[in-house]
Design a protein around this ligand. Structure first.
Ligand code: HEC
Ligand code: HEC
Length: 395
C-alpha cells in the first residue's frame, strides 16, 4: 500500500469547519453535525440506536447515538486517523457520505471483530485489549520496541488516563479533601452555597472567535450550560437525574440527545462538584495516589468511583490544595473507556468562596475552553432552567 500522507491529528471538530464552535461545547463534539434523521422531541427519553439514525451500521449495532459517536472518537484516538482520513474524503462536507464504505472501513470492522474475539477468548469478555493497546496512536501498530522510551531519562510519573490500582503509600484521604475544602472557603461557607449563575466566553478547538456562555448550577446536583452561537443555542442540562444535550436542528442528527452511561455520570459529577462541600459523599472506593506534575506544579492524584463503579481521577494542587484537574470516563464499552480531561485554573474569590474561572476540557474529538467573567452566588434560578431542553430553534 502506498505510503499514506499523515494528517495532523485534529479533533473531529475540524471536519465541519465553522460548526466546531458549537459542537465543541458538548461531549459529542461536532459529530452532531448536519444530519437528516427524524427530529426527536425532548419528551422522548430513550435515545435512538445508531443503526436507526445512520445508514450503514453493521458492526456497532445497539449503541445509543452518543456512545456510537464516542466510539468513533476512540477509533481516531487509537489510530491517529482523523474522521475524514478513515471515511471517504467527501465526508468532510457531507454528513451522509460517512455511510460510504472504503478499505479502511472494512479493515476497521474486521479489527472490531479481532479485538472482541481476543477479549472473549482470553479476558473473559472484559476489554483487556482495545484498539489503543495495539495501535497506541499509530495507523500501523509498532512492532519494534523503542530504546528511547525504554531509557527515557524523565519517565512520565503518571499517565492521567490510566485507572489507578490501590498500591500507594500516600497521605490519608481526609487530609487531601479537607485541605481542598479549606482552600475553597471552608465547610461552613460551602454549606451556605446553594446556587450560582456564571457568564463568560467559550472557545472551541479551532475557534478564533469567542461565544457567550452561561452556566446555572443549583445544589445539590443540577447544572445547565447554554452556549449562544450564531447557529442557535446549544444547551447541556443535568436535572439531578437525567441529562440532555440540545443543539440547533440544522446541526444535529438528533437535536436533543439523551445522555447515557458515563456521559450522564460525568455530567452528574460536574454538577455535584460545583458544590465542593459534598465531595466526600459523591464518590466512594477512594484511592489516594502519588504526586504528579501538572505544568511546573505538583499535584496529588485521588481516584474515586461513582455508584456504578465508573472511576474519576481528581488532581489537587499540592501547595494550594485546590482542584486543578478532573479526568472522567465513559462507561466501559466494547472499545474501552473514553477519557475526558478538565483542567481548572484562575481561581477567584466570590463571596468568600474560591471558584475556578477558567476550565479547559479535552476529549477524543475536541477541546473547549471556558473563561468566566462573572459569577454570582446564591442567585435565584427558576426550576425550568434545569428542565429537559426543547429542540432548539436555529438562527
Ligand atoms: C479507524 C477508522 C475510523 C475513524 C477514525 C472514524 N470512523 Fe466513523 N466509522 C468507521 C466504521 C468502520 C464505521 C461503520 C461501523 C459499523 O459498521 O458498525 C463508521 C461509521 C460511522 C458513521 C455512520 C455512517 C452511516 O451513515 O452509517 C458515522 C456518522 C461516523 N462513522 C462518523 C465518524 C466521525 C465523526 C469520526 C471522527 C470522530 C469517525 N467516524 C472516525 C470507521 C472510522
Ligand atoms: C491485537 C492488536 C490489534 C488490535 C486490538 C487492533 N488492531 Fe488494528 N491493526 C493491527 C495490525 C497488526 C494491523 C495491520 C498493520 C499492517 O498492515 O501493517 C492493523 C491495521 C489496522 C488498520 C488499517 C491500517 C492501514 O493503513 O491499512 C486500521 C484502520 C485499524 N487497524 C484500526 C483498528 C481499530 C479501530 C481497532 C479497534 C476496534 C483496532 N485496529 C484494533 C493490530 C490491532
Amino acid at each position: 500500500m502506498a505510503d499514506v500522507k499523515r494528517v495532523m491529528k485534529k479533533p473531529a471538530s475540524l471536519m465541519f469547519k465553522g460548526l466546531a464552535t458549537i459542537c465543541g461545547v458538548c461531549l459529542l463534539g461536532s459529530v452532531l453535525a448536519a444530519g437528516q434523521a427524524a427530529p426527536q422531541t425532548a419528551q422522548q427519553t430513550t435515545q435512538p440506536r445508531a443503526e436507526q439514525v445512520f445508514k450503514n451500521v453493521q458492526t456497532l449495532k445497539g449503541l445509543p447515538v452518543d456512545e456510537f459517536l464516542e466510539t468513533m472518537g476512540m477509533f481516531a484516538a487509537a489510530t491517529g486517523l482523523n474522521c475524514t482520513d478513515c471515511h471517504v474524503d467527501e465526508s468532510g462536507g457531507s454528513w451522509d457520505r460517512y455511510a460510504d464504505d472504503n478499505q479502511l472501513q472494512r479493515t476497521t470492522r474486521a479489527m472490531v471483530g479481532i479485538m472482541t474475539a481476543i477479549n472473549k477468548q482470553y479476558f473473559g469478555g472484559r476489554p483487556g485489549v482495545t484498539c489503543y493497546s495495539c495501535h497506541n496512536g499509530n495507523r500501523r501498530p509498532k512492532v519494534i520496541p523503542s530504546l528511547a522510551v525504554q531509557y527515557m531519562v524523565n519517565p512520565i510519573l503518571d499517565d492521567p488516563y490510566e485507572i489507578m490500582q490501590p498500591a500507594f503509600d500516600a497521605p490519608p484521604l481526609d487530609e487531601v479533601l479537607d485541605k481542598y475544602i479549606a482552600a475553597v472557603g471552608g465547610a461552613a461557607a460551602l454549606k451556605g452555597l446553594t446556587s450560582y449563575v456564571a457568564e463568560g466566553t467559550y472557545n472551541g478547538y479551532d475557534d478564533f472567535e469567542q461565544f457567550p456562555v452561561q452556566v446555572f448550577a443549583k445544589a445539590p446536583n443540577q447544572r445547565t450550560t447554554i452556549l449562544r452561537s450564531q447557529y442557535g443555542d446549544a444547551t447541556t442540562t443535568f436535572d439531578g437525574r437525567a441529562g440532555w444535550q440540545a443543539s440547533p436542528i440544522a446541526l444535529g442528527p438528533v437535536p436533543v440527545v439523551t445522555l447515557t452511561g458515563g456521559n450522564l455520570e460525568g455530567r452528574a459529577l460536574e454538577a455535584e462538584l460545583a458544590f465542593p462541600g459534598q465531595i466526600k459523599q459523591v464518590l466512594s472506593n477512594w484511592i489516594v495516589g502519588p504526586l504528579t506534575a501538572i505544568g511546573d506544579r505538583e499535584a496529588r492524584i485521588v481516584q474515586g468511583r461513582k455508584a456504578s463503579g465508573t472511576p474519576i481521577k481528581l488532581y489537587f494542587d499540592e501547595e494550594s490544595g485546590l482542584l486543578v484537574r478532573m479526568v472522567r470516563y465513559s462507561t466501559e464499552s466494547p472499545v474501552g473507556r473514553v477519557p475526558t480531561q478538565i483542567d481548572f485554573e484562575d481561581y477567584r474569590e466570590v463571596s468568600g468562596i474560591k471558584v475556578p474561572f477558567k476550565w479547559t476540557s479535552i476529549w477524543t474529538n475536541g477541546r473547549t475552553v471556558y473563561q468566566l467573567k462573572n459569577v454570582q452566588i446564591n442567585a435565584a434560578i427558576p426550576a425550568t432552567r434545569f428542565a429537559a431542553p426543547a429542540p432548539p430553534a436555529s438562527r
